[in-house]
Write a protein that binds this ligand. Structure first.
Ligand code: CP3
Length: 342
């Protein structure tokens, strides 16, 4: 039974023989097999062709032996589904053609028939589940509203989030109108993923660390609360943000089953401020995976020793794998984790 898997047990704060392992961005550019597929298609073609997205999802399952798969997609598909044109440019990253700056831009965005508009994700989940055949759980995901808003407003990635902050500070009512639309489509999207068969969900609020405590509460947290309540308790929900080493106690109030923590926090210390029924995920600095194998092993075991007997725990990185991290180091880390026992 998939419910007995290491990952789902840990996500529900049940005991496990060792920490389960998966890694953010495990289906990506650090693998030559990813590039072999990428050579033939654009990123969005990969995402929107269910068979290809399923192939990419399966790469780390087959090549790394991780304990949970994460579907291959992107957090920005909700922004695109609302009507904002999206492109991915090699070496630059995502670009929304017309950044949102005025109220009329927000009013143009429409909640679509989500099941239809994002049906390629549903089809991909069904293909992946038939290939996984109950071997390991599949994680679905979406971007949290604030992070999706930041891309819609900036038009792409940003270092200082200047436009986003001006938007929140000078036009909070517009920001709420936009956040509301993103929240509605996200609830419909995640509900569709559950119906299609994902075993868990992760909410990515990657850029929450740009916000102050009060702004996090107003522009991020309250919408995460709505999403978690809106999709119900059907599968475990992992709440991730960069900034979690500060925001974790607030994140816990939203009621996720798991909080995924960035690498700035001392995880075993943070554990003391999080209710026992919430599991923790994290929090190795991904740059450790560039280091010598001895260092990789020492740092992972140091983390595990510190989390022993302290409730639900899932190994992950504090953020995604960088594209130039050597594949063999990632593979070594997974093997090392699988040799550990509590
Ligand atoms: O984790 C996985 O392996 C599953 C797939 C996945 C991708 N994006 C594939 C991807 C997931 C979970 C995401 C989420 C995502 N997308 C986030 C949140 C996670 C995080 O890292 O904080 C964010 C912020 C995005 C937006 C995004 N997509 C950016 C900024 C970029 C370009 C820069 C970068 O870091 O790659 C992407 C493109 C993207 N998404 C790629 C992949 C494999 C690279 C596309 C390529 O092949 O060039």
């Amino acid at each position: 039974m998939i419910q007995d898997s290491l990952f789902l047990r840990a996500a529900l704060s049940k005991p496990t023989e060792r920490p389960p392992v998966w890694m953010m961005r495990q289906a990506g550019r650090f693998m030559k097999e990813y590039w072999a597929i990428k050579e033939k298609y654009t990123f969005m073609e990969m995402v929107k062709t269910p068979e290809i997205a399923a192939d990419v999802t399966m790469l780390p399952v087959d090549l790394l032996g991780i304990d949970a798969a994460i579907m291959f997609c992107d957090i920005l598909v909700t922004g695109e589904a609302l009507g904002s044109e999206l492109n991915f440019h090699a070496g630059i990253g995502p670009k929304f053609t017309q950044p949102i700056r005025i109220l009329a831009d927000i009013q143009k965005l429409e909640i679509p028939d989500t099941q239809k508009k994002l049906s390629y994700v549903k089809d991909m989940i069904q293909i992946v589940q038939s290939r996984l055949n109950g071997k390991i759980p599949l994680i679905g995901f979406a971007g949290a509203p604030f992070t999706v808003l930041s891309y819609l407003v900036e038009g792409g990635s940003s270092k200082d989030f200047k436009e986003t902050k001006l938007f929140l500070f000078n036009h909070p009512d517009w920001a709420h109108e936009l956040l509301r639309k993103i929240t509605v489509i996200t609830i419909e999207y995640l509900t569709m993923q559950i119906e299609a068969g994902v075993d868990a969900l992760q909410l990515f609020d990657s850029w929450a660390m740009a916000l102050s405590w009060d702004d996090y509460a107003e522009f991020s947290h309250r919408y995460i609360v709505e999403i978690i309540q809106g999709i119900g308790n059907k599968v475990p929900i992992i709440s991730f943000c960069k900034g979690s080493s500060v925001f974790a106690p607030k994140m816990a109030e939203a009621g996720p089953q798991v909080i995924s923590v960035d690498w700035n926090a001392n995880l075993s210390e943070l554990r003391k401020s999080i209710p026992n029924h919430i599991a923790l995920q994290g929090n190795l600095d991904p740059s450790i995976l560039y280091a010598d194998k001895k260092v990789i092993k020492d740092r992972i075991y140091r983390l595990f020793d510190s989390m022993k007997g302290k409730g639900g725990y899932i190994f992950n990185l504090g953020h995604g794998i960088m594209p130039d991290i050597p594949f063999e180091n990632v593979k070594f880390a997974v093997e090392t984790i699988k040799e550990y026992s509590w």
